[in-house]
Ligand binder design. Structure first.
Ligand SMILES: Cc1cc2nc3c(=O)[nH]c(=O)nc-3n(C[C@H](O)[C@H](O)[C@H](O)COP(=O)(O)OP(=O)(O)OC[C@H]3O[C@@H](n4cnc5c(N)ncnc54)[C@H](O)[C@@H]3O)c2cc1C
Ligand code: SF4
Length: 333
């Protein structure tokens, strides 16, 4: 059984540049200090190609920090990872659980003592094509080129939806914040309308993890147990799944770079769907597939998810704090 921890980096810069509590970067720094390499997803900001790359310097880690909510091509690094392990180098490979399964398949006859795998808990990925379609639609809407997209903004507190809201950066430094409960891509992603078909049957969802360490957001954390700064910047849930993972966890504790405490799986599981099972295919997905290409992405999503948009509007009217209080009371009854 995995060990469960709530954790966040003590370093402000790392917290700022990470999606959640920055545990990934702290692990990556340890591996680089051992002259190892780190593999993760890197987004090309002009084409929105998303591919895994290999990083061996601390100053390049920014390229693979932060979640990008669509499919990365991880297989392009598998051959190089194999060669690095055969040459005795330490490798930290990060990605979704299915990518890690793919890597293990390629490494069947290779000594993996020097390999650490970290999966980012994932409820599914849209295709790159879908994301590119969305970006083109946004550029038409704003009438100018988007320079950069950051999926997880920290300009809104993590606990108030900043956790999954997004930043569009335009030329000249202007930034538009898109809320998770309004933006069309995020609504379609969170409501399971645009995920790859295989994600709805994910073999890697659930409590039995394939990697050494699993990282995710600690949604549903009892806010009385952590300081305000963590609720603003992000709290990770870390699952330590293997002896290799335990060894890395021990080293992180020794370096005293994480705020970290063991938590009960019963407290964490109800809020993290992918630790329970695959995402449910939205019944409206068939309509989306039929109508795709007949009108632009944003219009189509708003039309198909009209009842979900209405619910979000009602929730905004009630207010997040009140909704939290009601949920808390219901839990206690
Ligand atoms: C597609 C996707 C869906 C997710 N869904 C959930 C969810 O439902 N619930 C939840 O609690 N957490 C989810 N996460 C994980 C969460 O967003 C954070 O990545 C995780 O908590 C680690 O945060 P961090 O601050 O430690 O590090 P960060 O620096 O934020 O994490 C970066 C790591 O994520 C990897 N990564 C980023 N994008 C991709 C990608 N497209 N494909 C493969 N690897 C990628 C990078 O290689 C790097 O290792 C998801 C992540 C992704 C990529
Ligand atoms: S949901 Fe499962 S199949 Fe889909 S990307 Fe995530 S790990 Fe892979």
């Amino acid at each position: 059984m995995s060990e469960f921890y709530r954790a966040w980096s003590k370093r402000e810069r790392i917290l700022e540049n990470s999606s959640s509590g920055g545990v990934f970067t702290e692990l990556a720094e340890l591996i680089i200090a051992d002259h190892g390499v780190v593999v993760g997803a890197c987004q090309d900001q002009s084409t929105y190609e998303l591919k895994h790359i290999i990083v061996d310097r601390s100053e390049d880690l920014w390229k693979i920090q932060r979640s990008k909510y669509y499919q990365s091509e991880a297989f392009v690094t598998f051959k190089a990872v194999k060669e690095l392990l055969e040459a005795g180098r330490k490798v930290l490979f990060s990605g979704t659980a299915c990518q890690i399964a793919g890597l293990y398949a390629v490494l069947e006859n290779v000594n993996t003592d020097q390999l650490i795998t970290v999966d980012v808990l994932c409820h599914g990925v849209p295709s790159r094509k879908t994301f590119q379609e969305y970006v083109r639609c946004q550029e038409r809407k704003y009438g100018r080129k988007i320079e950069e997209i950051h999926f997880r903004t920290k300009r809104i507190p993590w606990e108030n939806g900043g956790g999954t809201s997004m930043e569009l950066h335009f030329k000249g430094g202007e930034v538009e914040i898109l809320r998770n409960n309004a933006d069309e891509f995020l609504m379609a992603f969170n409501h399971n309308l645009i995920l790859r078909e295989s994600c709805y049957m994910c073999k890697f969802a659930g409590i039995n993890r394939i990697s050494d360490i699993t990282l995710c957001d600690y949604w549903g954390i009892d806010r009385k147990t952590v300081p305000d700064i963590a609720m603003k910047r992000g709290v990770s849930l870390m699952l330590v799944n293997t002896d290799n993972g335990k060894e890395m966890g021990k080293r992180l504790m020794e370096k005293n770079i994480l705020e970290c405490a063991a938590v009960s799986p019963d407290d964490a599981l109800p809020y993290n769907g992918p630790l329970i099972g695959p995402s449910k295919r939205n019944p409206k997905r068939d309509i989306y597939l039929q109508k795709r290409g007949t009108k632009e992405f944003n219009k189509l999503v708003r039309e198909i998810l009209c009842s979900e948009y209405r619910r979000e509007k009602i929730k905004r009217g009630i207010g997040l704090d009140r909704i939290r209080k009601i949920k808390q009371i219901l839990r206690e009854i």
